[in-house]
Design a protein. Sequence first.
Length: 479
Amino acid sequence: MKISVKKVSCIGAGYVGGPTMTMMASKCPDLIFNVVDTNRERIESWNNKDLSKLPIFEPGLKALIAKTRNKNLFFSTNIKEAIESADIIFISVNTPTKKKGLGAGKSSDLKWVEASAREVAKYSKGYTIVVEKSTLPVRTAEVIENILNSAETISKTNDVSFSVLSNPEFLSEGTAINDLENPDRILIGGENKEAMIALSNLYKAWVKEEKILFTNIWSSELAKLTSNAFLAQRISSINSISAICEVTGADVKEVSRAIGKDSRIGSKFLDSGPGFGGSCFKKDILNLVYLAEFFGLKEVASFWESVVTINKWHQKRISEIVVKKLFGTVANKKLVILGFAFKANTNDTRESASITICKNLLNEGADLIIYDPKVCPSQIGTDLETNPTTFLEFGKVNVNEDYGRWTFCDNLDNNEVFKNVCAVIILTEWAEFRKVNWKAVRTKMVSPGWVFDSRLIANGKEVKEAGLNLWSLGDGHNN
Ligand code: UDX
Ligand code: UDX
């Protein structure tokens, strides 16, 4: 039986649901896409006429929104209508790590997924394909199926029925539009072949058939967790090597380049940095750890947990190096932080290394001037759990000596930002940080001035020629 698809809905208008549906709408102009979210403010931003006010920053997104919005792509809070009319419903809500109760600190909190499934059960009509888009613990499809097929739903009317599929999203933030347009693969897990074909037909509008993989539902769920775990593991591996480079005189950039030439290893995801952030890596690994523990696979659990442990240790290590190089104390010292997003080309700060490193430095009493081209000060305040303040003159003592202060800087054009600053710390690899005029910056800074480059993007020669000290992550010549 061929399933006819005319309307597609998505619950959750976040970093995944928003761009994914926008891409689909642009590639499938004959279908209608409704994206709904319980967060009214978020939906208002998606509908904002001023495209610079979309809730997420993603290169290329504005143009696609301009092409599709209010033509065949609609953002609203009307969940009931979106569910009633849909032939396919994507669930793309967030699944944070549980803070308390069973599995706290490791397993995912599925309350939003469950709530979404209940909404679908309540309002759906006829036959509906329900697609897990969020990254979920293995066997979540079973939970969704149980809710959808509960006696209550079935008794609503006889012609309600569902197929549940897993279709994880592999996009990376900052390159989401390109990743969606040219995916390495589309993974569809499920049991009902017709439903899987109906979903794959959406993608076939622009993705070659050989890139579309069909698997069983559990393999699909586990493949997504495994994929993120492997990627994160590469970063922890190279970051652990950066520490060895620093003490042996090796250079992590050279080591990365040398091992990346081995075609079995490959050159991607070998950039040493301040530790991985983002909404997925830590959460997904902890999910895997929880799963392994649940099934009594202690050694497997501790193997994967060490990836997260190294990441935490690495961030602490960088904060400590800054303090040590600045004569063992940063109390009342002004430090400029370049970059707060967890990577370049996004305004997302979830699990950003900048949060941990800034908190560590504030804890040491530092005064931070934080600049990021896309992250707003209120988000930084939420992440650092303190409000911004203005600073005292250099040399005067902070009244609250125990904890530093921070202030936001909205552009770097004015060199006054660097006035009386002891160190500049690069934490996100925004392109503009490659072009800092270190000579001009140096004239404002306190001597000896330092540049700490955790992303290996500063022009080392220029930094040194300007008369600044440079510490580069994983560079054995730092000492
Ligand atoms: C991601 C991915 O979907 C998932 O794979 C990953 O595991 C973590 O979260 P993302 O789009 O990055 O999702 O999350 P977020 O930007 O927080 O968006 C989720 C949206 O769902 C929010 O806008 C939230 O308001 C909405 N939501 C949540 C609902 O509409 N209904 C709910 O019941 C819960
Ligand atoms: C990741 C996965 O890449 C994507 O497939 C999945 O769908 C969601 O999770 P994302 O978190 O958006 O995507 O970004 P990613 O590019 O993977 O970067 C994650 C973190 O690792 C960032 O903090 C980034 O700076 C860091 N990173 C990445 C490195 O430190 N070095 C690298 O070589 C690559």
